[in-house]
Ligand binder design. Structure first.
Ligand SMILES: Nc1ncnc2c1ncn2[C@@H]1O[C@H](COP(=O)(O)OP(=O)(O)OP(=O)(O)O)[C@@H](O)[C@H]1O
Length: 573
């Protein structure tokens, strides 16, 4: 290799590596050129908190001061000074690279500060419940129940109403309301002649636990993960905590794309419409002499949604924009769970509920946390024996979960399992059958990425890329929910800035983020109720982090192939 060639190759590599913000390879590139491993001291971890540490490489990042020390060391100078012209050229290129790093760090510090300010503005206003706050409702008698609206393997769900929980006026925009308006059914007072049912009451089937509140709350504790702070009465909250000896499952904070359980209480199983015909076996002997159920069980009160996602998609065909927004909502919901160390483990279109926002756009919420993982240990589950429960719905179980083999020291990492299921559900959102349902033939245990069916050609390329990446078998090549959501946000609302971006310079991106923030703040001041679009944009801005944005931009700019080529070259990325 000529000196000129080595110099230009070194510079080119340094530039591309620095532009991507990948500092780790810089060390390796240098080592590669020198034909030996560069013995720089391991990263000193005394980087100031505000220093930007790019992406996943933060733990590996070369310490500039360590490198500087190496540069000054006699051994290094001997290699460089006495080395071949090629070595000197590479050293020169590397020196230029170091200057670039310094500049980049300075720019990154500014960008991080911008992101932090934006986050602070958008995390202030927390998500508001659409229902009037209420202080009672801890007994079955507080509610009027209507017809059955759903049934699963562990519960029946009924429509319900309570005078103290009427929906806030501006939020009454569900299909139920629309239908009632069309048929002239106007509300007159808290319990009109034909009551509308803004609530849904889930009655769990209690077969295993005894009838004590303690046993019920302990055995069904996962259902309480999306419960709001005052969902349980004081006494039951204490029982729920005591029953777990201080290790009760985590509770989620509210999010527009995650169900909120407003009330949870234990009570006697009533004979509700359809019980004798549809679930006689799980009724207590008091109601069915042959029934196996216990006398008391857990009740959960939530907002009543007009559709599950599966029902909605059977009846409606969302357009491309709506389908993309729906995908984005699932990603935002999953990101919210991940941030709080919770894995749903049973995501499917039956466990997603749908309503319309004030503009007619479908709003999605993730529901049914009965199979979730919400332990203090986080998203890693020790998997030492096959009796350990991995989650529901094996068809949509991520490859790393379904193929895990129990053994000593084995853990299953769920941090990207839900997002994989979102990738599979994306097919349904865009009008295709879910490729992982048995009728379609792919099994998450053994499929290859090339076997994935294409999405319809009309689906935007960026969305196709996101779905492809989400279904990557290798979790290291699968983006997190946050990065995937950022990709969609930038693709939906930041196409122009993306086209003008220089990979390294995030200043244009920061300008765009500031503009977006102003626009979203203005939109939020409107009186027409919050729209899905605004909620999504708020979520994006509330969670903005430079390294996630940069990774999303890299994926979008390089596309999957180039990114993976880079990963192959530098597998430790
Ligand atoms: N808040 C709600 N609003 C409207 N319908 C609901 C609501 N919650 C549940 N449903 C309906 O009830 C059905 C069963 O609810 P859910 O999935 O929570 O029960 P489950 O027994 O835990 O289900 P699984 O079989 O997945 O374990 C849902 O598929 C849906 O049709």
């Amino acid at each position: 290799m000529s000196v000129k060639h080595a110099l230009s190759r070194g510079l080119e590599l340094a530039r591309s590596v620095f532009q991507l913000g990948l500092f780790k390879p810089a060390g390796r590139v240098a080592a590669k050129f020198r034909g030996e491993r560069l013995r720089v001291s391991r990263p000193t971890r005394t980087v100031q908190p505000q220093t930007f540490l790019p992406g996943r490489y933060r733990f590996f990042r070369l310490s500039l001061s360590g490198l500087a020390a190496q540069l000054q060391s006699g051994a290094f100078r001997r290699v460089v000074g006495g080395g071949s012209p090629r070595n000197r050229a590479v050293f020169l290129a590397f020196g230029v690279g170091l200057t670039l790093i310094e500049q980049q760090l300075e720019e990154d510090r500014t960008s991080v500060a911008v992101c932090q300010k934006i986050q602070a503005v958008f995390t202030k206003k927390s998500f508001q419940s659409p229902l009037k706050p209420f202080t009672s409702g801890y007994r079955l008698e507080d509610y009027v129940t209507g017809k059955q609206i759903g049934k699963g393997c562990s519960a029946a769900v009924y429509e319900a109403a309570a005078p103290f929980a009427a929906p806030a006026e501006r939020e009454k925009c569900s299909l139920v309301d629309l239908n009632q308006k069309e048929t002239g059914n106007k509300k007159a007072g808290p319990f009109p002649a034909t009551p509308s049912f803004p609530l849904a009451m889930k009655m769990m089937w209690n077969i295993g636990a005894s009838s004590s509140s303690d046993a019920i709350l302990r055995s069904m504790s996962m259902e309480l993960v999306p419960a709001c702070p005052r969902a349980l009465s004081k006494e039951q909250e204490e029982i729920a905590l005591d029953g777990h000896f201080g290790t009760a499952p985590k509770r989620l904070t509210a999010h527009p794309n995650v169900i909120t359980v407003y009330r949870a209480f234990t009570g006697e199983v009533p004979l509700l419409p359809g019980a004798q015909e549809e679930y006689p076996d799980v009724l207590p002997a008091r109601l069915n002499p042959l029934g196996l159920g216990r006398n008391r069980t857990l009740f959960l009160v939530m907002k009543n949604y007009p559709y599950t996602l599966r029902q909605y998609l059977k009846e409606c065909e969302p357009n491309l924009m709506q389908a993309s927004l729906m995908l984005l909502q699932l990603l935002e919901g999953v990101d919210h769970l991940c941030r709080q160390g919770i894995a749903h483990r049973d995501l499917k279109s039956d466990n997603v509920l749908v309503e319309y926002d004030s503009t007619g756009c479908p709003r999605l919420v993730i529901t049914d946390f009965g199979c979730c993982l919400a332990e203090d240990l986080g998203l890693k589950l020790p998997f030492e024996s096959s009796s350990i429960y991995r989650g529901g719905n094996s068809c949509l179980m991520a490859p790393e979960v379904v193929t895990a083999v129990p053994g000593r020291g084995v853990t299953i990492d769920y941090s990207k399992a839900d997002v994989w299921a979102v990738g599979a559900i994306a097919y349904e959102l865009f009008g295709q059958p879910n490729p992982f349902y048995s009728s379609q033939g792919l099994e998450s245990r053994r499929y290859q990425e090339r076997q994935l069916p294409p999405l319809p050609p009309a689906v935007p390329a960026d969305v196709q890329l996101v779905v492809k990446l989400l279904l990557h078998r290798n979790t290291r090549k699968r983006p997190s929910a946050r990065v995937a959501a950022n990709m969609l946000h930038i693709s939906l609302w930041g196409k122009r800035v993306l086209a003008s971006l220089d990979r390294a310079r995030m200043d244009k991106m920061m300008d765009w983020l500031l503009c977006q923030s102003a626009v979203v703040l203005l939109k939020s001041r409107g009186t027409s109720g919050s729209s899905v679009e605004t909620e999504l944009q708020r979520s994006f801005l509330a969670n903005i982090e430079l390294e996630d944005v940069r990774t999303a931009v890299s994926f979008l700019m390089y596309g999957q192939e180039q990114w993976h080529a880079l990963l192959m070259h530098y597998p430790e990325l």
